[in-house]
Design a protein around this ligand. Structure first.
Ligand SMILES: [Zn+2]
Length: 127
C-alpha cells in the first residue's frame, strides 16, 4: 500500500496536533503548580492555587488597629488593590505572576509570594 498525497497531509496534521497538544500541556503544568501564598504576621494566612481560580477574587484581610489589605487574585497572578498603609509600596509593586516574585507590606507585616511546583515537592505533595 502506497501513501497518497492526501494521506501524507493528514499524517502531518496529526503530528502537528500532537506536538501542540503536548506543548500546551507543558505550559499548563506550570500554571497548575503555581500558588499564591499570603502570610500575615509571619503566619500562613491563605494559599490559593492559581489553576483553581475561575474568576478574579478579592481577598479582604482585616488587620490590627482597624487596618485592612485587599488582595486581588486571578488565574494570571496577584496584586494589592487597596490597603491602609503609610508607604503603599505594596500597591506600587503592582502585579506579580512569576514564581519567586513577592509583594511585601512591611508596615502591616503582610507578605505575598508566588510559589511553584518546586516548593510543592518539598512539602511532600506528589502529582
Ligand atoms: Zn503596604
Amino acid at each position: 500500500m502506497r501513501l497518497k498525497k492526501g494521506d501524507l497531509f493528514i499524517l502531518i496534521v496529526i503530528v502537528l496536533a500532537l506536538i501542540s497538544y503536548f506543548g500546551i500541556k507543558t505550559i499548563y503544568k506550570d500554571i497548575e503548580n503555581k500558588a499564591v501564598v499570603i502570610y500575615v504576621d509571619g503566619i500562613e494566612y491563605d494559599r490559593i492555587y492559581l489553576n483553581s481560580i475561575k474568576e478574579e477574587q478579592l481577598i479582604h484581610i482585616d488587620l490590627k488597629n482597624e487596618k485592612f489589605i485587599d488582595i486581588n487574585v486571578s488565574n494570571d497572578g496577584v496584586y494589592v488593590s487597596d490597603v491602609i498603609c503609610p508607604d503603599r509600596i505594596c500597591v506600587k509593586t503592582g502585579f506579580i505572576n512569576k514564581v519567586g516574585q513577592s509583594i511585601v507590606c512591611l508596615p502591616n507585616k503582610v507578605q505575598i509570594y508566588i510559589e511553584g511546583g518546586m516548593r510543592a515537592d518539598v512539602d511532600g505533595v506528589s502529582y
